[in-house]
Design a protein around this ligand. Sequence first.
Ligand SMILES: [Zn+2]
Length: 375
Amino acid sequence: MKFKEIPGNEICKQRLIDMVDNDRIPHALLLEGPEGIGKLAMARAMAQYIHCTNKQSGDSCGECAACRQHQALNHIDTFYVFPVVKLDKMNTPPISDDFLAEWKEFLADGMYADINKWATFFNKKNSHPVTYVTESASLLHKLSFTTHTSRYKVIVWWLPERMNEEASNKLLKMIEEPFPDTLFIMVSNNPKAILPTIYSRVQRIEMRRLSDADVAGILESTHSIDPTDAMSIAHISDGNMINAYANIQTDNDANEFFDFFVTLMRLAYQRKIKDLREWSSDLTALGRERELSFYEYAIRLIRENFIFNFNTPDLNYMNRKESGFSTNFARFITERNVEKLIEVFDKARIDIAGNANGKVVNLDVAIKVILLLKS
Ligand SMILES: [Zn+2]
């Protein structure tokens, strides 16, 4: 990871670069700030910059042996510590090294590390990754050897707040009596949960939420989203890329559900039973969970269209596409049918949740919509 690959937080970047350039590397650093802003990426860029043998104008070269090892996550003097989960087959609490393969896969997946996504790598229900006390013995062992290729050993420690007191006390010892030429770079979403005695001994660097323009720029380049849509997703993402990616998903779902909704209404209005049968099986093919979400979406859109008739835009929560459709469609949703339509969708939702046959339920919905649109 090179510094220039990481969007935003330029002041923090420069402070880290200066530390290395001026040979003022502390024993322990803490990058703190909200999640989804690239703190772990920044820690990795710092480690790579320290080890790069061909530094160029405030960044690592990306090409020397050390840089290549860093990019492959197998630099010999860099250690990763991250929360893990004790699986049923394990006799003793695990350490980070037990899950290195998963960790590499996780980091390859993107720059913004999401603990909830990491938790899914353990294939265990309700898993809550933590750092166990066994981690410190393993770390002590590694640190007591001399470095192999470079002056510095670097420990990149993701989420030190996920550690119990016993483990924290062992870490505290390592920070109080530091090994020479060893740097801990900790990355925390919730520094308040770190043992105060540790917190007070580390050099802290605060990283800030990304600007909406940064978030939109990242979405445009990683997901080829058009600039207007990227900006509107950025507006509701709070400078947090993890939120932004979740919001894209919601947006994609809404687009798909919107198409299903429009098709249903159009075909029902035209009384095209044969096409509605096809609509019904297409909807079934989405799978139960998404069918349920569709009916929730449909209920919302019926309400919004009813409200649309009152000409009070402040009360309407629809995106551009949805309100464009409402211009022609809203007049069909009136006092006479609004409640009944909602009832039909709500009953479908309950039936599908109760394992009823989707095709039957969906077609039944379509027929009722035909009747209600004409009433
Ligand atoms: Zn290099």
